[in-house]
Design a protein around this ligand. Structure first.
Ligand SMILES: [Zn+2]
Length: 126
């Protein structure tokens, strides 16, 4: 099975630039994480367009590993300058959410706010 994407604008196979990035699928209103995926990132050598392609088995919200994985993502997002554009990709179900929450960096700020609420209580001393 072929998995290398082809850039349809340049007619060239794309180059793998990252393995094991995470896609966070957001669902609901306001958007919440509901599925986590491992994926690879490819880039066109000519026009530099980037795509996520090839997915592992998703970790859905109802599995116990979901919170653990999400907490790892939280740790990564909390580290200043620790996140490259290719590490964590946020995906919205609806185009209106994409417009509302904007670029990947704005989306990450929104997600960090959600995860701070969700996990920071665990770090408070008793
Ligand atoms: Zn291209």
């Amino acid at each position: 099975m072929r998995t290398t994407p082809v850039c349809i604008h340049c007619s060239l196979p794309m180059t793998n630039i990252s393995v094991g990035a995470t896609i966070i699928s957001m669902y609901m209103d306001p958007p919440q994480p509901y599925k986590l995926w491992r994926t690879d990132i490819y880039k066109c050598p000519q026009c530099s367009n980037e795509v996520a392609a090839g997915y592992g088995t998703p970790t859905p919200k109802h599995l116990p590993e979901f919170d653990e994985y999400l907490e790892e993502i939280w740790d990564t997002l909390k580290t200043p300058y620790g996140v490259s554009d290719n590490d964590i990709i946020i995906e919205y179900e609806k185009a209106t959410d994409s417009i509302l929450y904007g670029s990947n960096s704005r989306s990450r700020s929104y997600l960090l706010g959600l995860l701070n609420k969700r996990f920071s209580k665990k770090e408070e001393p008793n």
